[in-house]
Design a protein around this ligand. Structure first.
Ligand code: ZN
Ligand code: ZN
Length: 337
């Protein structure tokens, strides 16, 4: 198996550098990186023979004759770049490449104790950031400034990076489920979606809260209540080994019953770990199962064009008999001036 995605390299080898290839054969295990990472790889990698490349990462593997002609070799089809694929063909023209269809990601889904500690910390950092940005939640603040404050507060609290670019979308822009923060200023009558995440030891958190500036309309209050209930119904229904599609359905049916069925047009959520979006996928077309010990981000949302949207997202650990919420930020609607 050729391992090439940074998240898989980190998961299987503990290596955090930016340029590496892993190779696992029935007999041996190699991690190839370049000379910049010679010392770092020795400090981090203890389960593989480390090979240092001076240019092309596949040359040391060729010298080791690590992939004999005819051997069937798996690869990560969603990550292997065209460049690496041509390198493989150049150095190992006679191997047979086989797609592994998410095999590696599936292995990484249930979290081990050390991973869970990191995920709890990433979630905790996101909660701290939420507390710290409260003074900045008021009319007149620009979306981009609030996003910058989220990044700054996160770093000061100990987050290694942004899990993704924080999203602050206010007023009519909150109806765009994944727009970008703009220079628009928060104003009375806005719903404001704030979606961000922290990273600890490589593991990501991902939370969303929606606040109101001034008095929200009766309609938006109704939307807010429906979205909050949809999430809570999903937490109550969640059991290990259930089908992801059934969990999605719990939230989706509720929003449909409340008249917002046409306005919840993304998946209920996703797995979380070294990547922000991992398996299982919690959508209406998912074939995935939710294993015990996995961490999910659950994020029902309703978006009314031109009026605004509401999304509430929490990270939860799937336990033996239900869920533990890792991001215990209040889900009550916060109204600011
Ligand atoms: Zn999010
Ligand atoms: Zn998410």
């Amino acid at each position: 198996m050729i391992i090439s995605s940074p998240a898989s390299i980190r998961y299987f080898f503990g290596f955090t550098g930016s340029n590496a290839i892993g190779l696992v054969t029935p007999e041996q295990c190699f991690l190839v990186t370049d000379w910049r990472y010679r010392d770092q790889s020795r400090a981090e990698v203890h389960n593989a023979e480390i090979l240092i490349a001076y240019r092309d990462l596949f040359v040391p593997l060729k010298e080791k004759n690590a992939l004999p002609p005819g051997i069937r070799t798996g690869f990560e089809e969603h990550h292997l770049t065209y460049y690496l694929a041509t390198q493989i063909h150049k150095h190992f023209p006679q191997i047979k490449l086989a797609t592994t269809d998410r095999l590696l990601v599936q292995l990484a889904v249930p979290k081990e104790p050390g991973e869970l500690r990191a995920m709890r910390e990433a979630a905790h950092l996101a909660c701290m950031v939420w507390e710290e940005i409260q003074p900045y939640l008021h009319a007149g603040v620009r979306e981009a400034d609030l996003a910058a404050e989220i990044i700054y507060r996160g770093r000061k609290a100990g987050s290694e990076a942004d899990a993704f670019e924080p999203l602050v979308a206010s007023g009519p822009r909150s109806a765009l489920p994944h727009g970008r923060s703009s220079t628009r200023r928060l104003q009375a009558g806005d719903m404001v979606i704030i979606d961000y995440g922290c990273v600890f030891e490589g593991y990501a958190s991902d939370v969303t809260r929606t606040i109101a500036v001034g008095e929200p309309t009766a309609q938006m209050l109704e939307v807010y209540r429906a979205v909050k209930e949809a999430g809570e119904l999903a937490y109550a229904a969640l059991r290990p080994n259930m089908n992801a599609i059934d969990l999605d359905k719990v939230a989706r049916e509720h929003l449909k019953a409340k008249g917002f069925g046409n306005h919840f047009n993304h998946a209920l959520g996703h797995g979380l770990g070294l990547d922000v979006h991992m398996l299982p996928r919690l959508g209406p077309e998912s074939n995935d199962v939710i294993p015990p010990g996995c961490v999910l981000a659950i994020e029902p949302g309703v978006y009314l064009p031109d009026l605004g949207g509401v999304r509430i997202e929490d990270d939860v650990l799937v336990t033996a008999n239900g869920v533990e919420v890792l991001t215990p930020i209040t889900r009550e609607l916060i109204c600011v001036e």
